[in-house]
Design a protein around this ligand. Structure first.
Ligand SMILES: [Zn+2]
Length: 378
């Protein structure tokens, strides 16, 4: 039966307090468990709308008694960011209090799990999964958050960390549907990208900065490496789903996205019923290290020559930057080129460049940097 719970965040300033609404479907403790949230970056519109429609589908499944697993839905994951209006624009990506990205610095459980879990592991993989989840619960219950945002992040991962599937719904600026997922979760997670119609899937074992999906999924493969003699499966398939661009709330695509999430949950056994045949994966997954974050070398106004969906070769021009007040004539028009062969999957909404600003993203298969650990944009 559907159940709704309202969690109250600790008061951050006198006379205010914020709440987080959590929807529960299915039987508590039933497996598989799925956790889905929207709006961790509070100014990203599509996720809220996709979840609005998905909740409608889940309500029907609940009435029909076809939710065999457990589903936890957080329709608006960041009430702090949702209140951050400034000059008539909602700014929900960074915490106004300290400029920390709301999708970074989630609880990194790895070191604490390594300290505790060794003696509790054995030869039974399923028992190890249960022991690790229990340890993670204990560790999280002992955390003392200092700030309102830390309290929020702790609450979210406390709801999600023991799920079999975690989906964090985001969007990019002007972009195609794409998915970020841990390298060890591929190709197991191919059904997610294929069902959602993702044009790009970006793989990293450690993106850096502990985004929400990796806070849930990464402990599993790091523990498996640390304790190679004990079976430890990657028991949490967490992914960040980028639902195109910030203004992509067209009814047709949004309703389709919600149905695709529902079909994915059916395919994963969370909801009873047989989904339609899985669509073919649009493009093979590529490493996150292969993404060319195309940066503006100079300031000026951007004139794009390519758009999301275009394929480019290394050295091909993506945009020109026009400087109306150049330091010298050679800087009045500067071409910006791709460093890789690949698919343009994102570009800016506005058209202003300053040196170092990422103005486009190209998914290529060839790694452009060797090190993982700091692969995401601001
Ligand atoms: Zn986001």
């Amino acid at each position: 039966m559907k159940r709704t719970e309202t969690k109250i965040l600790p008061q951050a300033s006198p006379g205010t307090s914020r709440t987080l609404e959590v929807l529960y479907y299915g039987t508590p403790g039933a497996r598989p468990k799925a956790y889905i949230q929207a709006g961790l970056h509070a100014d990203e519109a599509p996720g809220y709308v996709v979840l609005h429609h998905l909740i409608g589908l889940l309500d029907k499944a609940d009435s029909a008694g076809t939710i065999g697993g457990e589903i936890v839905v957080v329709p608006a994951a960041n009430p702090i960011g949702l209140s951050q209006w400034r000059d008539d624009a909602l700014q929900g990506r960074f915490d106004f209090a300290n400029s920390i990205n709301f999708n970074r610095q989630h609880q990194d459980l790895i070191d604490r799990l390594i300290d505790q879990i060794g003696p509790r592991l054995g030869a039974d993989g399923a028992a190890n999964v249960a022991a690790i989840r229990a340890s993670a619960s204990r560790i999280l219950s002992e955390v003392q958050p200092e700030t309102e945002a830390q309290s929020l992040k702790l609450l979210l991962i406390s709801l999600s960390h023991d799920a079999d599937v975690v989906l964090d719904l985001h969007c990019d600026l002007q972009a195609l549907m794409h998915v970020y997922i841990g390298t060890p979760l591929w190709p197991d997670g191919e059904d997610l990208s294929a069902q959602m119609g993702a044009a790009a899937t970006l793989l990293a074992a450690d993106s850096g900065g502990t985004p929400f999906d990796e806070a849930n999924s990464r402990p599993w493969w790091v523990l498996a490496e640390r304790f190679p003699d004990q079976p430890i499966p990657s028991a949490c398939m967490a992914a960040t789903v980028e639902l195109r661009g910030i203004s992509d709330t067209d009814p047709e695509t949004i309703v389709e996205d919600s149905k695709n999430l529902f079909f994915f949950l059916q395919r994963r056994g969370v909801i009873d019923g047989i989904p339609p045949q899985l669509p073919a994966l649009k493009n093979p997954a590529t490493p996150l290290t292969g993404v060319d974050y195309v940066k503006a070398p100079v300031p000026g106004i951007i004139v794009y020559e390519k758009r999301p969906g275009d394929r480019v070769g290394a050295g091909e021009t993506i945009a020109s930057i026009i400087n109306p007040l150049p330091a010298d004539d050679s800087l009045s028009v500067v071409e910006v080129k791709s460093r890789t062969d690949g698919l343009i999957f994102s570009r800016l909404v506005d058209r202003f460049a300053r040196p170092g600003r990422v103005i486009a993203k190209v998914a290529g298969s060839r790694p452009l940097c060797s090190e993982e650990g700091n692969l995401l944009t601001l």
